[in-house]
Design a protein around this ligand. Structure first.
Ligand SMILES: *[C@@H]1O[C@H](CO)[C@@H](O)[C@H](O)[C@H]1NC(C)=O
Ligand SMILES: *[C@@H]1O[C@H](CO)[C@@H](O)[C@H](O)[C@H]1NC(C)=O
Ligand SMILES: *[C@@H]1O[C@H](CO)[C@@H](O)[C@H](O)[C@H]1NC(C)=O
Ligand SMILES: *[C@@H]1O[C@H](CO)[C@@H](O)[C@H](O)[C@H]1NC(C)=O
Ligand SMILES: *[C@@H]1O[C@H](CO)[C@@H](O)[C@H](O)[C@H]1NC(C)=O
Ligand SMILES: [Ca+2]
Length: 438
């Protein structure tokens, strides 16, 4: 859709019914909780101009995620944002959460933080470019963590909010019907968003802003897809030759010495630690990222934001810190939940704040506080997502697959990349907000 048509459409759609969500306009939605949330807030724009009409906070909001530990940490914060009018939670089935467990796990967490009525949709089973998943063992451990929380009475098991529409159908429906442009946060492989845009490309015109967690853009050497994540207990279980299948690893990897094997070592013959130039959310569905960039290419600046891997490098999750901050939480159930979550997260290998940081950064951008938990933006970048796979690499050569690189001819909108994080401010902003549960 051309820019003109798109904005004409947005302004028409918005002109009629936006009044309904104007309650907060101008006043910055200030009540007690907003004061906590925005205590460092500069006087920012509180309305968003679309084709000359105003649609105000709270913005219609869809959170697309893959039900991982850091997604859950994001939820604990997002639940209290005054910027968001929750329309849906859509779960990626090809990320960390298992296809069956992810949705009910997030449903339980949503219920804990008072979002039990937000519709939740399950995602399609496969990545659009299947090559790797999180190791099955980690995915099952996530389910086990939530199950312990059910048994311990910390979370309630519930499937009440789960709807019949698929994630992509629900995203299309909301964007098609919303009178005001919608904010989307995607903290997973982005498969659902790509499928929705593919189903109805015109919905791109009703996006207020899309915030994406992922990529190793901007800083060489920030790849976080490692070879050790490809095997678990000596069994190949993450990057399989047939990406679409889940290899359950009943036997050890084949010993190739002297035998013809169907399975190459590492990730299809590539040691991703040495040759990777990507990040897990992109790597799990490179085509989805490529499609999202392409479908959004007519969006103007300040609509697409990506938090790249470098921004979280200085934000590891540590048990000491989690215990220290959890102790400040008023709600005893939440205290246990956060501490146990940190333990489970740390058991899965590398644990960083990724999605939770992306959530806070989005919230700050929506509050007019772009410079905050994100302390370094690369703005208006024209970039491409590479679909090219190379296996036979020399020392130091990188596999282009899943890399995001500067490209004047990119089939993509101008994107703002967040490349550095302010840890001090993250703690200052995150914990008081989370503490509103209970
Ligand atoms: C919503 O979808 C319907 C049916 O596909 C279409 O006719 C209509 O133009 C769409 N509305 C908007 C605002 O995109
Ligand atoms: C693989 O097989 C070779 C013989 O073909 C043997 O020498 C080697 O120890 C085996 N390696 C493992 C890890 O089993
Ligand atoms: C890998 O590339 C080298 C040249 O760089 C070539 O000699 C070799 O045959 C290639 N290996 C495969 C498996 O294609
Ligand atoms: C990348 O992260 C490092 C460590 O947190 C930081 O020092 C550096 O400035 C960041 N790079 C950019 C381009 O922001
Ligand atoms: C990080 O945030 C703290 C507290 O909000 C602030 O005092 C500091 O100036 C910020 N640092 C940078 C580099 O932006
Ligand atoms: Ca995630």
């Amino acid at each position: 859709m051309g820019r003109f048509v798109q904005f004409l459409w947005s302004s028409l759609a918005c002109g009629v019914a936006c009044v309904a969500s104007e309650d907060c306009a101008g006043a910055d939605c200030s009540d007690a909780s907003a004061v906590l949330q925005h205590k460092t807030k500069a006087k920012g724009r509180s309305t968003h101009s679309h084709g000359g009409r105003e649609c105000s906070k709270p913005y219609p909001f869809i959170w697309d995620n893959d039900a991982n530990y850091d997604d859950t940490l994001a939820l604990l914060y997002l639940a209290h944002s005054e910027n968001l009018d929750w329309k849906a939670i859509t779960i990626e089935s090809d990320g960390m959460g298992t296809p069956h467990g992810g949705p009910t796990n997030i449903a339980a967490a949503a219920s804990l933080v008072g979002l039990g009525d937000v519709p939740i949709a399950m995602g399609g089973l496969s990545s659009l470019s299947p090559i790797a998943t999180m190791p099955l063992q980690w995915r099952l451990e996530t389910d086990e963590f939530f199950e312990r929380m059910f048994r311990g009475g910390i979370l309630d098991e519930t499937d009440r909010a789960i709807v019949d529409l698929t994630a992509a159908q629900l995203i299309v429906k909301i964007l098609n019907e919303s009178a005001c442009p919608v904010v989307i946060l995607t903290t997973g492989p982005a498969t659902n968003v790509a499928e929705a845009l593919d189903m109805d490309p015109s919905i791109a015109g009703n996006i207020h802003g899309i915030y994406m967690m992922g990529s190793a853009y901007g800083v060489p050497g920030t790849n976080n897809v490692y070879d050790w994540q490809m095997t678990y207990n000596g069994v190949k279980g993450s990057c399989t030759e047939d990406g679409g299948q889940t290899y359950t690893g009943l036997s050890p990897p084949l010993n190739r010495s002297g035998v013809v094997s169907a399975i190459r070592p590492e990730c299809r013959g590539v040691d991703m630690t040495a040759h990777g130039d990507t990040e897990w959310n992109v790597f799990m569905d490179v085509r989805a990222w490529h499609m999202v960039y392409g479908f959004l290419k007519d969006l103007p600046a300040d609509h697409v934001y990506v938090l790249a891997a470098n921004a979280t490098l200085n934000m590891p999750v540590t048990l000491e810190e989690m215990e220290e901050y959890a102790a400040t939480l008023a709600d005893p159930g939440l205290r246990i939940f956060v501490t146990e979550l940190a333990k489970a997260f740390l058991a899965a290998g590398e644990a960083k704040w990724w999605d939770a940081q992306c959530a806070v950064v989005m919230d700050q951008v929506l509050s007019g506080l772009k410079q905050g938990v994100c302390s370094n933006w690369f703005e208006d970048k024209l970039t491409s997502v590479s679909l090219v796979w190379r296996s036979n690499l020399t020392d130091g050569e990188l596999n282009p697959y899943g890399s995001v690189y500067d490209d004047e001819d990119a089939h993509a909108p101008p994107i703002d990349y967040c490349l550095d994080g302010n840890v001090t401010q993250m703690w200052e902003v995150y914990w008081p907000m989370v503490n509103q549960t209970g």
